[in-house]
Design a binder for this molecule. Sequence first.
Ligand SMILES: [Mg+2]
Length: 346
Amino acid sequence: MPGTVARSAREVRRSPARHRRDGSGRGNRYRLLVHLTLAVELWMRVEANSKRRLQNEHVSNYAYSELKYICEHSEAYLSDNTSRDLGARERQVIGRAKGVLLDWDGCIAIENQILPRAGDLIAMHCDKVAIVSNNSTHLPADFVDFLSAQGIDFAPERVFLAGAAALQAMACDKDARVLLLSVPRMHDYAHELGVVLDNRNPNVVLIMRDSSFSYPKLELAANALKAGARLIAANADLSHPGSDNRIVPETGALLAALLACSNNPEMSWQLIGKPGPLLFSQACETIGIAASDAVMIGDNPQTDGEGAANAGIQSILVGRNSLLSLEHLVEHDCSLTCGLRSKSLD
Ligand SMILES: [Mg+2]
């Protein structure tokens, strides 16, 4: 009878046994809610940026990229997760890959504190891991120290950072006279590499995350650009996640201020880090693999997702913009198969 069928269907929907059978019904509805909330929030950001008519189009493009990525992947995630445990497909992808490229901020570390399962993930794939980060305040040796403090041995040759790469590029350009906006650590590295630093008559303005960025620095850089200097940015990230969900302003926020001063939305500038191809290619070359044999794991749909795709590398999104966390990418018995202090460069 129709009434009987309807009543039975309601009973099935209300029955806790349904959740026990598929093991993920409630979790998927919660994840769907989180997904939709994220999508609405990001769409509002796009709209807000549009209304403000920001001169720097990459700001709204960035938010749009996040929204586009999430919407495109929502259907796949939701359909997949009805029949499997979260992360199973991604663990297979990582297992098959010959190189595992890891983002740093918001992926395996928050404010340089290593996240709980990051050590397990590195240990599982110890001989094929590289770190590929837009960080522009530290050097590979610093990252090795951060990891070592958590009992993880890591070779500095497998750490690829946007700030260090930018200064290495400047060291190769013998004509460059560089106005460097950065933390003192990177100034010291510039001197070490022999980069010519020139605040009076620069022909290059190199901008990184500069925690002492100021009005005088902005004025100096803006007028250097007006006089014809080239503009190079270590990265264009607006922020990265800090502890307690704090926003850590990134190079892109400072870059936006500088571009605003130019009053020229078409002004060209060069990007060193992700989503550009340089760091990806350096990492693959060092590991000794083709881009198609690597997988990039990160938290940023644009820099890690689109950047990897443009380089021919598949990607897995974790963290703030994903249903996945590192927990989902780690086999539960990993500690039995690989020790933490076992990593070294071949
Ligand atoms: Mg990140």
